[in-house]
Design a binder for this molecule. Structure first.
Ligand code: SF4
Length: 419
């Protein structure tokens, strides 16, 4: 076995992905004894590389980023390589952007890209590097050969139960991922194109196991990661409320009445058509949160249909009213500057937002990003008209609107410029 160190180029935005990969390595006997370093920023990565190389190790440097962070991380890679350019160092980029844009990612200087689910892939990669195997033989790996993209397929989709939801042996925790992939195909969203267009659920028994573990480690807050909270256990768009209740009841039983169970709120959300008397009764019985995050996106039925959201604006309004009736404060997500938005669509969105906040909801604003890998990747970046910006700033100043919508307008432009 050749000595190997794994260095995660560890950033706030991608950190939970690294925790999952860490957990995958922790559970693979073939990776036993491999040091894992969490290196935040260029200086930390360089320091980790120096130490590992001085000890005679090969080094796998893992990078994972979302499309908006690609330029920043590519610049950091260049800074690292300018200081340490050793043949024994392999820079591998994974995650949503590397999967959507493997060639551009490789041209930015990464040695390999890893596309698809990372758990099995990182196990096999570490094993190959320790035993003199060929990393390019691993499913999901891509590379440049004489300037041309070569790929060895996509990594096999994994069952969530097969891996821990985080890296407990390294004290790296995060929300428990209960569902991966999404049956909806909202045209602005990378999730179904990256993680698959079907739901893969972690079993109740497995979630219960990890909830119990976290209780033992002294945790008081329990959060879950899913593209659509009320879809737990479902195979299609129709929620399976019995499955959701079985999950929440099991977690509550493990954590007791005093610890906090967050569901349908950060870091996950609820689709508006899943808000019903039955689903809200269920949530009220089991969860701690008083806020629910609803995906609204637009007040224009035309824009909602064009983005294949699968619900109309009236559903958003109805869901908001029902949440309030049941004592929840809805935080409704909106996307500004959607493709094809005409002045009447903008006005419909602003009017809906006004009606929602008048009822007591909050609005979480985003600006549309033409994300790689999505059907809208070639659309014009989201732009706010001066009149819209004025209305949004007025809402923000009253505490009715929050979010990164101003920064995202800049990011949207940068994404479009890089295509
Ligand atoms: S926006 Fe939500 S519901 Fe739509 S595809 Fe993405 S994850 Fe699924």
């Amino acid at each position: 076995m050749s000595p190997l160190t794994v260095v995660w180029a560890y950033r706030r935005t991608g950190k939970f992905a690294f925790h999952v990969l860490t957990g995958a390595l922790e559970t693979d006997a073939r990776a036993a004894g491999v040091p894992i370093v969490f290196a935040n920023g260029v200086e930390a990565v360089v320091a980790a590389l120096r130490e590992a190389l001085a000890a005679g190790h090969r080094v796998l440097v893992g990078w994972s980023f979302y499309s908006p962070d690609f330029a920043l991380l590519a610049a950091e890679l260049q800074q690292v390589k300018a200081r340490i350019d050793a043949a024994r160092v392999l820079h591998v980029a994974g995650g949503v952007h590397a999967s959507a844009e493997p060639e551009a990612t490789l041209r930015a200087g990464f040695d390999l890209v890893a596309t698809g689910d990372g758990e099995r892939l990182v196990q096999d990669l570490v094993h190959a590097l320790r035993t003199g195997g060929e990393p390019r033989a691993i499913a999901g790996i891509g590379w440049l050969e004489a300037g041309v993209l070569r790929r060895n397929g996509r990594a096999a989709r994994t069952a969530l139960d097969e891996f821990p939801p985080f890296g407990p042996a390294h004290d790296r925790f995060g929300p428990i991922e209960i569902t991966r992939g999404c049956v909806y195909a909202c045209r602005f969203c990378q999730t179904p194109y990256f993680a698959g267009a079907s739901f893969r659920h972690r079993s109740v028994a497995n979630v219960r196991h990890w909830a119990r573990y976290l209780v033992g480690r002294g945790f008081r807050d329990f959060r879950f990661l899913t593209p659509t909270s009320m879809s737990y256990g479902a195979t299609g768009p129709e929620p399976d409320l019995a499955a959701v209740e079985a999950l929440l009841a099991a977690v509550r039983e493990e954590i007791g009445p005093q610890r906090r169970l967050w569901f349908g709120t950060f870091p996950s959300e609820v689709r508006p058509e899943h808000v019903t008397d039955a689903s809200l009764r269920l949530l009220r019985r089991w969860v701690t949160n008083k806020a629910l995050i609803l995906g609204g996106q637009s007040g224009s039925d035309r824009v909602l249909a064009a983005s294949a959201r699968g619900h109309d604006a009236a559903t958003v309004e109805r869901a908001t009213a029902l949440c309030l009736e049941y004592g929840f404060v809805p935080h409704v997500d909106f996307l500004f500057g959607m493709p094809g938005e005409a002045p009447a669509d903008v006005e419909a969105t602003l009017a809906l937002m006004d009606r929602l906040v008048a009822r007591g909801a909050k609005v979480h604003g985003h600006t549309f990003l033409p994300l790689p890998g999505t059907p809208f990747r070639k659309a014009a970046p989201g732009v706010l008209t001066p009149a819209m910006r004025q209305r949004l700033l007025a809402m923000a100043s009253k505490g009715q609107l929050y979010g990164q919508w101003q920064q995202q307008e800049v990011t949207a432009r940068e994404l479009a410029e890089r295509r």
